[in-house]
Write a protein that binds this ligand. Structure first.
Ligand code: NAG
Ligand code: NAG
Ligand code: NAG
Ligand code: NAG
Ligand code: NAG
Ligand code: NAG
Ligand code: NAG
Ligand code: NAG
Ligand code: NAG
Ligand code: NAG
Ligand code: NAG
Ligand code: NAG
Length: 848
């Protein structure tokens, strides 16, 4: 999984990390200060007094070395003029200072200070004291990163010698007047770093487009030493880039990630000194202006995460200095221009998440310096150019989610350093070339959602570094050597689901395995696994095969098991009560097998403490509903089922990949494959068995239950009023039983009056005795889709003496009241749906 973290994301973490790093390195260099000239007593005293106004969070603080009796010029972070002995530079970056910054601080006695760095401290959100203007010789001021907050006061514009000013990543607010004064007064400023500064009130005309805009000022006042760097990252700045940006001719580095709108003005092509142009993560649109081809000094061009459309101008081939070209996540289209081949300095090329079409130009093989290439999630087609094999520096090749076809390229062994190959969700066909196994460094191989057939080559046994192997959703028919997987001693995830594999399942598995997904194949015979002590399996999915025999009792050795799905097989066994002690088991699906007998707990506790999904439907279970278990399903009693619980998907993360679990659910005879199992999802399916007796009252305790299906049994008696307490219930099916009596009012209150609105076909609301219209199953898949998508609440109550009568309460919830989890959960489609759908879902999964 690829994650592109925004710069602003985990600032606190970044803070800690940077400080640790810096503290470490500074301790090494601490002794390298010159000690030739003693600093004055006054300045030493001023510093010592300054020290006392803060508490220090950490002994690694530079300020710890500040002691009376030692020349202050040798103190950590203090630098003196080697002639006069005056303190001229104070670097207290990352000194773990804590406390409000006093406006009468003795620091202001250091009138000779030329450089002051207070970044990464905690001044408890003090304002920058206006006394700062007393540092009339200051050239470098860094008050970035969290120390200060509030409005930047006008006095900062009284520092006539200032060359660099860094206000970034703080809670500072920069207002129009101050900003204007800064620009007017600070004629020496070369570097102005305003990332993350709140500049919402700054009129953009003052920024660039005013009579003395920054641009004009640069021309008029700064002509000798014009502004070279302007960074405004993550500032909520808004609005458009003016044409006059082209006036900032001396800019070398422009980085604006601040919610810009509109297009890039063609005048940008005038900034001929630019080496770095970063306009990512805004709302910029329109085409990439061909004039950018004039920026021949550019080494990095970042336009990712915008809404640029149209083609990449072929003239981009002029930017021969480019080392990074980053255009991912836009709406760019057309072919990838072959002129890219002129950019021979490129080390990273990111074009993913666009609409590029056509083949990969074979000239891409010229880009031999490439260490990152991302082309996934486009509409690229054709065969993979064999010239890719020239990109021998690439550690990973991600071409998933395109329309590539033809055979899997062999890469001729040139990419032998490749560790990650993802060709999933394309139209590759034919057999896997056995030479693919020449890529022996692979740790992750994903060929899922293609049209591959034939056998899985036994040469895969050479891929001993593989930790992730996903071959699902192809047409593979044969595991030539099922036991070769046991040789892959690092394998953590093995997904062979949705193929046409026949024969016996591999019975010897690598110990490292976390996920084994063999769903939807034609495997038969016993489940012959012998799970040893210490088995680390977390998800075993054998759903939809033809396996028979017993469940292997050794499964109980897999203490980490979270999901066990053996639904839709021919397993003939009793209820596996011996699994009830597994501490993490959350999903147990035994549906549509030949399980039989009573469902009873043998132990007092624990019994399935984490179970959230239990599907025993369509078996031959008899006797009473399993009251003892229901009493102990603690995970389903979590009252904050809906919003309090975080809507995350169950997944496992390995060294190299994360893998999201899927689950097949049935509703009204249709199977749906949910591509993710929300951790708040809980349901019980006991339908189509021979359970009898009453519905136990304790069922009302399962307050986070979303679905309950007890239909097609021989349940008798009244509905327990406690059912009304299941306030998270979204669907309930009690049809085809022998229940009697009234529907509890509470149940209907739960579902609200609006449940009946706009449903002319509804009958028997509530409690009218008969209704000959049993619920109408949706006539087509589309309709069913809609049904799931828009979150119908469906309740089917079986009622009366042997007479089945159904009551369908369905209502459309568009917008208001649409339960969030429901939408995300049932964005799934029937599992019969085509590959395209799957691709779309995979995409979501990838992006997460
Ligand atoms: C003193 O500082 C000047 C510049 O400030 C530098 O050129 C010189 O090498 C320094 N001398 C010593 C002895 O550090
Ligand atoms: C200031 O201190 C920090 C942290 O100790 C260090 O990383 C940085 O290089 C110093 N800056 C200068 C200009 O010495
Ligand atoms: C700064 O002012 C505070 C009161 O506002 C006072 O308590 C403190 O002693 C003063 N510090 C110095 C160094 O003058
Ligand atoms: C400005 O401060 C930020 C945060 O401390 C830092 O990451 C950045 O390197 C600084 N920029 C310059 C040009 O000094
Ligand atoms: C410019 O700086 C000087 C001091 O250097 C100050 O007197 C003046 O008020 C400043 N002008 C503005 C507009 O801030
Ligand atoms: C930015 O500052 C303005 C006041 O100038 C304030 O209203 C706004 O909430 C601030 N925005 C953020 C994101 O802090
Ligand atoms: C590119 O630069 C040339 C000369 O340097 C200039 O004539 C031309 O107008 C520029 N083109 C654009 C689109 O800026
Ligand atoms: C790429 O380079 C070739 C030859 O070096 C040149 O003919 C061609 O015009 C260049 N293309 C672009 C778009 O710069
Ligand atoms: C790839 O490399 C081979 C030689 O290793 C060379 O003949 C071929 O031209 C290269 N292809 C491209 C597109 O650069
Ligand atoms: C690739 O593997 C095949 C067998 O699968 C072998 O014959 C061939 O020599 C290998 N090629 C390289 C370059 O390693
Ligand atoms: C249903 O249960 C009743 C008694 O509880 C029993 O008489 C009847 O035979 C059962 N029906 C089925 C189909 O098992
Ligand atoms: C519903 O829950 C409440 C509080 O959890 C409890 O007091 C009440 O008895 C329950 N009602 C039923 C019918 O179980």
């Amino acid at each position: 999984m690829r994650i592109f973290t925004k710069l602003s994301a985990p600032l606190c973490l970044l803070f800690v990390f940077l400080c640790l790093k810096i503290a470490f390195s500074s301790s090494i260099h601490a002794s390298s200060f010159s000690t030739t000239h003693l600093c004055s007593h006054e300045e030493a005293l001023a510093l010592l007094q300054f020290k006392t106004s803060f508490s220090v969070d950490d002994t690694a603080s530079k300020i710890e070395s500040w002691r009376e009796g030692i020349d202050c010029c040798s103190w950590d972070g203090v630098s003196c003029d080697n002639v006069t002995g005056h303190v001229i530079a104070l670097n207290l970056s990352c000194s773990f200072l804590y406390g409000t910054f006093p406006s009468n601080s003795t620091l202001f006695f250091l009138r000779n200070l030329q450089s002051l760095n207070l970044a990464f401290n905690n001044f408890k959100l003090s304002k920058i004291p206006s006394e700062i203007s007393q540092f009339t010789r200051l050239k470098h001021l860094d008050v970035s990163s969290f120390g200060f907050s509030g409005q930047v006061q006008g006095e900062i514009a009284h520092l006539p010698k200032l060359v660099s000013l860094n206000l970034s990543y703080s809670d500072l607010i920069l207002e129009t007047a101050t900003f204007r004064n800064l620009v007017h007064n600070l004629s020496e400023v070369r570097e102005l770093v305003l990332s993350g500064v709140n500049m919402t009130s700054v009129n953009p005309r003052f920024f660039i487009d005013y009579s003395c805009s920054l641009g004009e000022c640069v021309k008029r006042k700064l002509s000798k030493h014009p502004l070279q760097q302007l960074y405004i990252l993550d500032a909520d700045y808004g609005r458009r880039l003016p044409e006059s940006i082209g006036d900032l001719k001396s800019l070398q580095s422009l980085s604006l990630s601040c919610n810009l709108e509109g297009s890039i003005p063609a005048s940008m092509g005038n900034l001929s000194q630019l080496t770095d142009l970063e306009l990512y993560s805004s709302n910029l649109s329109g085409q990439i202006p061909p004039s950018l081809a004039n920026l021949t000094q550019l080494t990095s061009l970042y336009l990712s995460n915008n809404q640029f459309s149209g083609p990449i101008p072929a003239s981009i081939g002029n930017l021969r200095q480019l080392t990074s070209l980053n255009l991912y996540s836009n709406n760019l289209s057309g072919q990838i221009p072959s002129s890219l081949a002129n950019l021979t300095q490129l080390t990273s090329l990111y074009l993913s998440n666009n609409q590029f079409s056509g083949p990969i130009p074979s000239s891409i093989g010229n880009l031999r310096q490439l260490t990152s290439l991302n082309l996934y999630s486009n509409n690229l087609s054709g065969q993979i150019s064999s010239s890719l094999a020239n990109l021998t520096q690439l550690p990973s090749l991600d071409l998933f989610n395109n329309q590539f076809s033809g055979p899997i390229p062999t890469f001729q062994g040139n990419l032998s350093q490749l560790t990650d190959l993802d060709l999933s969700s394309n139209n590759f066909n034919r057999q896997i070339p056995s030479s693919l196994a020449n890529l022996t460094q692979l740790t992750s191989l994903d060929l899922s959602y293609n049209l591959l057939n034939g056998s899985i080559p036994n040469s895969f046994a050479n891929l001993v570094n593989l930790s992730y192997l996903n071959l699902s959703s192809n047409h593979f028919s044969d595991l030539v050597v099922p036991d070769m997987f046991s040789l892959l001693q690092n394998l953590e995830i093995l997904d062979l689901s949705h193929n046409n594999l026949i024969g016996k399942i591999p019975n010897c598995l690598p110990k490292s395995l976390s996920v084994l997904n063999l769903q939807a194949n034609y495997f038969d015979g016993n489940i012959a696994f012998e799970f040893l002590e210490g088995c680390g399996l977390r998800n075993l999915n054998l759903h939809g095969n033809q396996m028979d025999g017993l469940l292997p009792r050794s499964l109980v050795n897999c203490r980490m098991l979270e999901v066990l799905d053996v639904g839709n097989n021919n397993i003939s066994d009793t209820f596996p009560h011996w699994l009830e002690s597994l501490p993490d088991l959350q999903v147990l699906v035994l549906r549509s097998n030949k399980f039989h007998g009573f469902v009873q707990s043998t132990k007092e506790s624990p019994s399935f403490p984490k179970l959230r999904v239990l599907d025993l439907s369509s078996n031959y279970f008899v006797g009473a509903l399993p009251v003892r278990y229901i009493e102990n399903f603690n995970a389903m009693m979590d009252p904050h089922g809906e919003d309090g619980g975080s809507s995350e998907y169950m997944m496992v993360s390995t060294r190299t990949n994360s893998y999201q679990y899927s689950l097949v659910v049935t509703w009204k005879g249709f199977e749906y494959e949910l591509q993710g199992i929300l951790t708040v999802f809980s349901s019980i399916h006991l339908s189509n068995n021979m359970f009898e007796g009453e519905i136990p009252d304790v069922i009302g305790n399962l307050s986070s239950l979303k679905g309950l299906n007890l239909s097609h049994n021989n349940l008798t008696g009244h509905l327990p009023p406690s059912l009304g307490n299941l306030t998270n219930l979204e669907w309930l099916d009690l049809s085809s039983n022998a229940l009697t009596g009234n529907i509890p009012d509470a149940l209907f209150n739960t579902f609200g009056n609006d449940s009946y609105e706009g449903n002319l076909g509804l009958c028997g609301i509530p409690l009218s005795k008969y209704c000959d219209e049993i619920e109408t199953p949706p006539s087509s898949f589309q309709e069913k889709d809609e049904l799931w998508r828009f979150g119908w609440r469906v309740v089917v109550l079986g009622y009366g003496c042997g007479v089945v009568f159904g009551l369908l309460m369905g209502y459309l919830v568009f917008g208001t009241g649409k339960p969030k989890w429901f939408v995300s959960l049932f964005d799934g489609r029937p599992s019969q749906s085509g590959t395209k759908m799957r691709k779309a879902r995979r995409l979501v999964q990838r992006r997460s």
